[in-house]
Design a binder for this molecule. Structure first.
Ligand SMILES: NC(=O)C1=CN([C@@H]2O[C@H](COP(=O)(O)OP(=O)(O)OC[C@H]3O[C@@H](n4cnc5c(N)ncnc54)[C@H](O)[C@@H]3O)[C@@H](O)[C@H]2O)C=CC1
Ligand SMILES: O=C([O-])CC(=O)C(=O)O
Length: 346
């Protein structure tokens, strides 16, 4: 979608002009110098809804901004060029000023043998401090959290904003799109289909057993059974580990994550710009399992001009999916509580 949109805008100035009539969106990437941040910044530069791109990192963001700023999208003479600015460590507030959307891939990635929860000690304080800056400078921004462990970092961001008195639950999202991307890609491989024709809803959270793909809800998925089904579910739940192992200590998924992050940001920007019926799974403050003390959950969410428009029910589950969900909930609850406790004790 993103690439098609980009290709259209390159080939058709008229279309590009019409997209310029849309609302102006400043997008800020916190952690823009990293493995995800760099390709994500490039993909955001291709998005016609992004009219200003603000790149911040404690290392290297001005260089990434100079590089990305030469990409000639949205730069035909009758349009205002997209502004791309890079900000060094001491310019966080300037990076956030007036921003509509903040994407956070700042923090350390896993090495082989680590769980996402092992990143908590380092990433919790990074995300807490960045969220405090958002609360101070751009409290109305939509915040897209990529930094792991997402099951804890989203509650951290939410609690920081709440403490500052500026929390709007419809503005905070955990980006779980990579689980959807993997589910579609892996199922399409089994089905011999094009991934775009194989939508899969993934619910729960973003780590191992908390990732629950609802394959029974898709025509291609419901016919996958037995060992093939078990292996497929395992591969979706542990796709991140596959990449961590293959990278042999050099980090985790960056390119597929940049694609997934750009896809989610693109969906949100389309909804903010008035497109109706934009529905995608994302990890948000949710009533679905709140009666069990789990107040954040990823499910299909309809996005709108104010972010979360409607949280959709998870629908009919197969017996296997009921079991996956039962395994997900206790882990998810612990991860959420850990994030909240961290902020309350900070
Ligand atoms: N939600 C998801 O599906 C996924 C999440 N991730 C997570 O994304 C995070 C980033 O991964 P990578 O880009 O591969 O790591 P990386 O190490 O390549 O990049 C992280 C960047 O964050 C920057 N950073 C550190 N502290 C910062 C601060 N206080 N303010 C601004 N920037 C700061 C670093 O300088 C670095 O440039 C990790 O926590 C990783 O686990 C990774 C893949 C998928
Ligand atoms: O596995 C990791 O640590 C990074 C991640 O979240 C993913 O690739 O899904």
């Amino acid at each position: 979608m993103l690439f098609r949109a980009a290709a259209r805008s390159l080939s058709s100035p008229a279309r590009q002009f019409s997209s310029s009539a849309a609302r102006q969106s400043k997008v800020t990437v916190l952690g823009a110098g990293g493995g995800i941040g760099q390709p994500l910044s490039l993909l955001l530069k291709l998005n016609p809804h992004v009219t200003e791109l603000s790149l911040y990192d404690i290392r290297g963001a001005p260089g990434v901004a100079a590089d990305v700023s030469h990409v000639d999208t949205n730069s035909v003479p009758h349009l205002t060029s997209i502004k791309v600015n890079g900000y060094p460590a001491d310019k966080l507030d300037q990076a956030l000023e007036g921003t509509d959307v903040v994407v956070i891939p700042a923090g350390v990635p896993r090495k082989p043998g680590m769980t996402r929860d092992d990143l908590f000690n380092t990433n919790a304080s990074i995300v807490r401090d960045l969220a405090a800056a958002v609360a101070r400078v751009s409290p109305k921004a939509h915040v897209l959290v990529i930094s792991n462990p997402v099951n804890s970092t989203v509650p951290i961001v939410s609690a920081v904003l709440e403490k500052a008195g500026v929390y709007d639950p419809s503005h905070v999202f955990g980006v779980t799109t990579l689980d959807v991307v993997r589910a579609q890609r892996f199922l399409a491989g089994i089905a011999g289909a094009d991934p775009k024709d194989v939508p899969v809803t993934v619910v729960g959270g973003h780590s191992g057993a908390t990732i629950v793909p609802l394959l029974s809800q898709t025509p291609y998925g419901k016919v996958v059974t037995g060992e093939v089904y078990k292996k497929l579910v395992h591969r979706i739940q542990f796709g991140g580990d596959e990449v961590v192992q293959a990278k042999e200590g050099a980090g985790s998924a960056t390119l597929s994550m940049a694609y997934a992050g750009a896809r989610f940001a693109g969906a949100l920007l389309r909804a903010l710009n008035g497109e109706k019926g934009v529905i995608t799974p994302t990890f948000v403050k949710s009533p679905l399992f709140a009666d069990q003390g789990i107040d954040f959950f990823s499910s299909n969410v309809e996005l709108g001009p104010n972010g979360v428009e409607k949280i959709l029910p998870i629908g009919q589950l197969s017996a296997e999916e009921e079991e996956l969900l039962a395994a997900c909930l206790p882990d998810l609850k612990k991860n959420i509580e850990k994030g909240k406790k961290f902020v309350s004790q900070s």
